[in-house]
Design a protein around this ligand. Sequence first.
Ligand SMILES: [Zn+2]
Ligand SMILES: [Zn+2]
Length: 204
Amino acid sequence: MLITHDTRCALDAVVDLVNSAPEVSAAEGLPDVAALGGFVRQHNLSDVSRLSEDDLAAVRALRTGFTEVFAAPDASSAAALINELVAAAGTTPQLTDHDDFGWHVHYFAPGASVADHLAADGGMALAFFVVTGERERLRRCEAPDCRHAFVDLSRNRSRRYCDSRTCGNRLHVAAYRARRKEATAVTGATPTGSARGDQVPSEG
Ligand SMILES: [Zn+2]
Ligand SMILES: [Zn+2]
């Protein structure tokens, strides 16, 4: 699956936005306009001008929309939700090579509000997964104490945990076990030691 850099960036913004919800993290991740400003800088959202309380409310509403896309039971409901979000934002697809980025498409209209910017580019990034039949890659972390959304970009769609601090270590351990199993299968050797005795890498 080929994911371009800009699609990847748009997805990261969607995932971080979904995970900023108080139902996901312990607290509201976007408590005020300043926090929204931090989010905009962190994700290098270009062309975003001054932010207001209205922007904050609109971005939180959009967050609910994206959250519903992740929870959509089938492709047609996901498609309907994405269509709604993107249509409400209005898009003007434009090729651009601003700053040091190569050619990529901006879907947001010039001068769009931050919520419309995120809805257009994030919505189109999510649309890609419906189009390619890869919607199951839009996941929730399986760790019992974690509800983080993430996008599984692994080759065999085997990722189960988000890459947050606590779950990231589980991820490393799972990857290590998978590699070990693979190596065992290749050499034909029988695994030595029990799971209990496995040497697993620590976080880092
Ligand atoms: Zn750009
Ligand atoms: Zn997690």
